[in-house]
Design a protein around this ligand. Structure first.
Ligand SMILES: [Mn+2]
Length: 292
C-alpha cells in the first residue's frame, strides 16, 4: 500500500514551494543492514507524522518562515550503493539551488551520500557526529556499507569528524580514532568534565554537517532506536551543545537517523521531529553570520 505523501510540518505551512524553501527535507526509509532492533525504515514517516504536532514558534523564532519543502521519499530498493547514488544526486541538486538538505533516516548508512555531496560541493566538509557508537568499523556483518561503518567510509573519503556522546565501540575503532587523530568526546568524558560546548580542532572545516543518530541521546529521551545504550546525552544538554557551535561555522545540512518507531508510543517520534525543527531554528538564527 502506497503511503500518502506527507510534508514536514504541513499542518502549519501547507505545502511550500521547493525553490523558495531553505530547508529540503529528504526522507530516506532505508533499512538494509540493521543489526539488532528493526524498524528504522519507518523512521522518516514517523518523524513526518509527528512533525504535524510541532508548534511553528520554537520559543525564540519561527523557523518555518524560511521555507520547508519535503521531497518524495528516496527510492530505497536495490543495492545500498544504488540508494546512496540516488541520495547523493538529490543532495547535490539541493545544494546547487542554495538549499539546506535535511535527511531523515533510516539507518545511519544513509549519511554517506549527503556528506559526499557536500564534499563535492564545498571542497571540505566537517561532520559533528552525535552517536552512542563510533561507526568506525572497517566492515560489519559482511558489509562495508553497514551503519556501523559509515564514519569510517566517510573519513576515508576525506571528511573530517568530531564525535560526541559515544559510549559503545570496539577496540579496533578506538585504535582507528587514535591512529587517525579523530577527536571524540565520549559520554563518560562529557559527564565527568561537564562538557557543555562543542570544541572543534583549529583546522576544522568551516562548512559543517551535523549527523544525529538518535541513540546518541539518552534512552530516557529517545527509547525507540535499534540499539539503545544507557548514559547518553540529555535533551537540554544536546541543544546547548548545538547552540555552542562556533558562529564562524556554516551548518550546511544535517540528518536525524536510526529512529525505530514503536507504534504504541509517540515519545521518540515526537522527540526526533522536535530535534529536526530545533536544528532548523538554530541554523536560521545563524544566517546573519554568513551569506549563503
Ligand atoms: Mn548509533
Amino acid at each position: 500500500m502506497k503511503r500518502k505523501r506527507i510534508f514536514f510540518l504541513e499542518s502549519e505551512t501547507g505545502v511550500q514551494s521547493s525553490d523558495r524553501s531553505l530547508f529540503h527535507v529528504i526522507p530516506v526509509p532505508c533499512e538494509k543492514t540493521v543489526s539488532y532492533g528493526t524498524g528504522t525504515g519507518r523512521g522518516p514517516g514517523a518523524i513526518l507524522d509527528a512533525s504535524q504536532q510541532l508548534e511553528a514558534y520554537d520559543g525564540i523564532t519561527i523557523p518555518l518562515e524560511h521555507g520547508i519543502y519535503t521531497h518524495e521519499p528516496v527510492d530505497c530498493s536495490g543495492r545500498m550503493t544504488a540508494v546512496l547514488d540516488r541520495l547523493e544526486s538529490l543532495t547535490l541538486s539541493v545544494l546547487s539551488g542554495g538549499g539546506i538538505p535535511v535527511i531523515l533516516g533510516g539507518e545511519h548508512t544513509v549519511t554517506y551520500a549527503p556528506v559526499l555531496a557536500m564534499k563535492k560541493h564545498f571542497g571540505r566538509i566537517g561532520i559533528i557526529h552525535f552517536d552512542a557508537h563510533a561507526d568506525l568499523r572497517n566492515e560489519f556483518e559482511g558489509s562495508e556499507f553497514s551503519h556501523a561503518c559509515v564514519m569510517r567510509r566517510l573519513h576515508e573519503q576525506g571528511a573530517e569528524i568530531v564525535q560526541y556522546g559515544t559510549r559503545s565501540y570496539s577496540i579496533d575503532e578506538q585504535e582507528y580514532r587514535i591512529l587517525k587523530g579523530i577527536k571524540y568526546y565520549d559520554a563518560s568524558i562529557m559527564n565527568r568534565k561537564k562538557i557543555t560546548t562543542i570544541e572543534l580542532p583549529d583546522d576544522f572545516p568551516d562548512d559543517i554537517y551535523i549527523s544525529v543518530d538518535v541513540d546518541g541521546l539518552d534512552p530516557s529521551v529517545i527509547p525507540h532506536t535499534g540499539t539503545p545504550v544507557p548514559g547518553g546525552i540529555m535533551w537540554h544538554e544536546f541543544f546547548m551543545l548545538l547552540d555552542s557551535i562556533p558562529s564562524d561555522k556554516r551548518m550546511r545540512g544535517f540528518d536525524v537517523v536510526e529512529l525505530a518507531p514503536a507504534g504504541d508510543s509517540r515519545v521518540s517520534d515526537f522527540a526526533a521531529a522536535q530535534i529536526v525543527y530545533n536544528i532548523m531554528g538554530i541554523i536560521t538564527r545563524r544566517l546573519d553570520h554568513f551569506s549563503r
